[in-house]
Design a protein around this ligand. Structure first.
Ligand code: TYD
Length: 225
């Protein structure tokens, strides 16, 4: 649990492809900076030099032949470096950390969709993240047809996961919704099919209510694990 006396908070953004996570990370960071908060924007896989080097291996599908269990371990190894190098030091100096994807991506992509044993996933989380769980996880929810259309409209090369079929993306959405329902203290499901402006307002309301107000009133974050 984040100490009541530290002012930094850890927020993760999750969701399927094209949900708009990257845009919302940027918008929330801008809002928090206007309040004078120090903010670190980061992402997974990546967020530290070591983890960024592993990102290439994971997203190009180079590790795919090793199987989903090995991929889960590689994502966890990248996360470990990210925690040690970037996230823990930022939180320790009172900075807010906004991370585009985190443990729920492993639970969903490698666990629910890749059939990796949930006990292995939990053990990796335990070793790598420990008590430094996110204070708030925003799960951006869009129909996969909408999300994939956004990805293709960007015109960028697709990654190994974006190339999976529509059924895969429907199952991703279901798995994310189940996590959000199962952990309402930490997670909040956000309808991300609306405009980026509307989604940003909804997120800002949630951050104020769940994290900023308790901070002002000297309480621990509601979502602290
Ligand atoms: P990225 O290009 O950052 O896509 P997005 O904009 O959708 O976040 O690619 C990240 C990909 O990595 C995404 O398809 C999900 C996948 N991923 C996992 O499978 N497991 C993980 O633990 C993480 C962090 C990401």
């Amino acid at each position: 649990m984040r100490s009541m006396t530290t002012t930094g908070r850890f927020i993760t953004f999750e969701g399927g492809e094209g949900a708009g996570k990257t845009t919302q990370v940027r918008r929330l960071a801008e809002r928090l900076r206007l309040l004078g908060r120090e903010v670190v924007e980061t992402r997974e896989p990546g967020g530290s030099p070591g983890a960024e080097a592993m990102r290439h291996i994971l997203l190009k599908g180079i590790a795919k032949p090793l199987g989903t269990e090995a991929e889960a371990m590689l994502f966890a190894a990248a996360r470990d470096d990210h925690m040690v190098t970037t996230i823990r030091p930022a939180l320790a100096r009172g900075s807010w950390v906004l991370c585009d994807r985190f443990i729920d991506s492993t639970r969903v992509y490698q666990g629910a969709l890749g059939n990796v044993d949930p006990r292995l996933i939990r053990e990796l989380e335990h070793v790598v993240v420990g008590t430094d769980m996110p204070d708030l996880t925003l799960v951006l929810d869009v129909p996969p047809e909408t999300g994939l259309a956004r990805v293709h409209a960007r015109g960028e090369a697709t990654n190994r996961f974006e190339e999976e079929n529509l059924q895969y993306h429907r199952e991703l959405r279901t798995a994310y919704r189940e996590i959000a329902e199962g952990e309402p203290e930490r997670c909040l499901l956000i309808d991300a099919s609306q405009s980026p402006e509307v989604v940003a307002v909804r997120i800002w309301m949630a951050v104020q209510e769940r994290l900023l107000r308790p901070l002002r009133e000297g309480q621990a974050p509601r979502a602290a694990g």
